[in-house]
Design a protein around this ligand. Structure first.
Ligand code: ZN
Length: 131
């Protein structure tokens, strides 16, 4: 099964502050901003070759991103791999005993995604995504 890095998700305290670096200083361009209500997060996507950088800002103080920043500070939050068949991939992971954090559901950009717990991946939160 072919897989590609889709994006790297970085937890930030403030999108506007982070974009001063990524857009104004580094010269990257935001191709989309949106709020994912279910994850309580504001997202900004910046292309970086084929993969993108996804900046994640909490929309409230008890959201997963807020809790991540509180515990570990801003920084790399997850790696997203794009797979051809998410349902099949999830089935295989479940069969292999991997710890999944959610059933596949629609997220940023309307893509279906599921998260795999760092305990199953070597210490990094892994997002699996299907377009
Ligand atoms: Zn992501």
């Amino acid at each position: 099964m072919s897989m590609e890095v889709d994006h790297l998700g970085i937890a930030v305290r403030s999108l506007d502050e982070a974009l001063r670096f990524y857009e104004q200083s580094l010269g990257m361009t935001v191709i989309g901003r949106e709020t994912v209500i279910e994850e309580r997060v504001n997202v900004a996507m910046l292309p970086a070759g084929a993969p993108r950088i996804e900046l994640l800002e909490a929309t409230d103080s008890d959201s997963p991103i807020a809790r991540f920043i509180e515990k570990r500070g801003p920084g790399l939050h997850h790696i997203a791999l794009r797979v051809e068949d998410l349902a099949l991939t999830i089935e295989r992971l479940k069969h292999g005993g991997a710890r999944l954090l959610n059933e596949p559901r629609p997220g940023a950009g309307g893509h279906t995604y599921a998260f795999v717990h760092p305990a199953s991946t070597g210490g990094v939160l892994l997002e699996l995504i299907q377009k």
